[in-house]
Design a protein around this ligand. Structure first.
Ligand SMILES: NC(=O)c1ccc[n+]([C@@H]2O[C@H](COP(=O)([O-])OP(=O)(O)OC[C@H]3O[C@@H](n4cnc5c(N)ncnc54)[C@H](OP(=O)(O)O)[C@@H]3O)[C@@H](O)[C@H]2O)c1
Length: 205
């Protein structure tokens, strides 16, 4: 049997439908804090495979670059590595903080940067307590404060995903400060989404 290749021209609407089905995030810009490894990196890989352009944040530029180099670019995506420590900036983030990334271009913010704890409260150094709260809780609050307003101003809105933990609700040995940081996220962002939803924007923790 001879197989012949027949070129079929698909209707433009069908092509658009197919690319939307396979790459629902085509053309979207996602910023992932903690995108250099772990859960944040897995999320970056997933959203890139669905067509998104990713901005990957890490405290280390080389780690962020290594992560972005591995992301899918089959749909012509452009991924940007950014060195930024979310625990150090107790104010709204600026264009300069993020290496020139246009804040109002971000469609999806994923707050995955986090540090864990595995020590009793009495033996956890103060610097570590400070770092856990600054990274997990304050970093998430300032990221939301930075990006929620530009998202609300845009006609197409935006989406913010904050990563909490089951430990927020029930804690575990050696996780007092970590559980507090995640409970803080849940406390803050049960109220904030209601405010945003009134304005037809979405947020989930
Ligand atoms: N793993 C779990 O079982 C689990 C369960 C529930 C929730 N979570 C939460 O999920 C998130 C990711 O956890 P994971 O296990 O994937 O963690 P991970 O593998 O340790 O990765 C943490 C990520 O956060 C970044 N990061 C840490 N501190 C940062 C800072 N100050 N500024 C910028 N980036 C920072 C790290 O990047 P650099 O080191 O390159 O800066 C890295 O990319 C965390 O919020 C964690 O609390 C994890």
């Amino acid at each position: 049997m001879v197989f012949r290749h027949v070129a079929v021209k698909l209707p433009r609407q069908l092509v658009r439908h197919l690319s939307m089905a396979q790459m629902p995030l085509l053309g979207k810009h996602c910023l992932i804090t903690g995108g250099s490894r772990g859960i944040g990196n897995a999320i970056a890989a997933r959203v890139a495979s669905e067509g998104a352009n990713c901005v990957v944040l890490s405290r280390s530029l080389s780690a962020a670059r290594e992560a972005t180099d591995k992301l899918d670019i089959t749909a012509g995506q452009a991924h940007v590595p950014v060195q930024f420590d979310v625990s150090k900036t107790r104010r709204m983030w600026t264009l300069d903080d993020l290496g020139g990334v246009n804040l109002s271009s971000i469609d999806v913010l994923i707050n995955a940067a986090g540090v864990a704890q595995n020590k009793f409260l009495f033996t956890t150094p103060e610097s570590e307590i400070e770092n856990i709260i600054s990274t997990n809780l304050m970093g998430t609050i300032f990221a939301c404060r930075t990006f929620a307003r530009p998202m609300m101003r845009r006609k197409e809105g935006g989406c913010i995903i904050n990563i909490s933990s089951v430990l927020a609700g029930r804690g575990a040995r050696g996780s007092t400060v970590y559980a507090a940081s995640k409970a803080g996220i849940e406390g803050a962002f049960t109220v904030f989404p209601m405010f945003l939803i009134v304005r037809r924007r979405s947020m989930s923790a």
